[in-house]
Ligand binder design. Structure first.
Ligand code: SF4
Ligand code: SF4
Length: 188
């Protein structure tokens, strides 16, 4: 882990309604998680998380609302669903992570302005093109966050392997996707 400790810090105060609310919103019975660790072992980002995904699940069970909604892991998650397909309890763990991200926004827990900016630009890109246009997203995010020169050395490799394109790929049904994004935006 980035914090080098991989230990849970349990707050004395817990919010018993928090776990219930996460279960309701995500549709997942998080209380069934028995900490096997399969999700953490499957996650490519575990080394970058402040709390590995199994600990996020445990913190939710313990009603640790502040710790969970302020953690960086819920923002680093790439929604690849590797955790979901390997959970022996058939929990949609990726959906839980997405739910926590929405709850963090909804409750004003996102202290890092750049996280919020990235999220806004991501959704704007999806609304415009029906899917993310990575080059456009990077450009607008970097200008807004004042990080224009950061990670520029990675660009040639990404361009060479086709991971970045100069033109957006538009999909069919963009209007419907834009309507979904608009509906989602009304939550906040
Ligand atoms: S794989 Fe499922 S049961 Fe195992 S720790 Fe992760 S969420 Fe819990
Ligand atoms: S969905 Fe998120 S938490 Fe699950 S394996 Fe992928 S990146 Fe990790």
């Amino acid at each position: 882990m980035k914090n080098g400790r991989n230990t849970l810090k349990i707050q004395a105060e817990s919010d018993p309604d928090f776990g219930r609310r996460v279960e309701d919103l995500s549709g997942q019975s998080i209380s069934r998680c028995y900490q096997c660790g399969n999700c953490t072992a499957s996650c490519a980002f575990t080394g970058d998380y402040d709390f590995p995904i199994n600990q996020v699940m445990r913190l939710v069970q313990l009603g640790q609302k502040d710790t969970v909604l302020q953690c960086r892991a819920i923002w680093i998650c790439g929604q690849c669903q590797a955790c979901t397909v390997r959970c022996p309890c058939t929990l949609d763990v990726a959906r839980v992570m997405a739910t926590l991200r929405i709850m963090a926004l909804e409750n004003g827990y996102v202290a890092d302005k750049n996280l919020r900016r990235f999220s806004e630009e991501f959704m704007r890109s999806v609304a415009l093109f029906g899917r993310v246009y990575e080059m456009g997203l990077l450009a607008t995010y970097k200008v807004r966050s004042g990080t224009v020169l950061a990670d520029l050395d990675l660009a040639p490799q990404l361009l060479k392997t086709g991971k970045l394109s100069f033109v957006p790929h538009r999909i069919q049904g963009r209007r419907q996707v834009a309507a979904l994004v608009k509906r989602f935006s009304k939550i906040f």
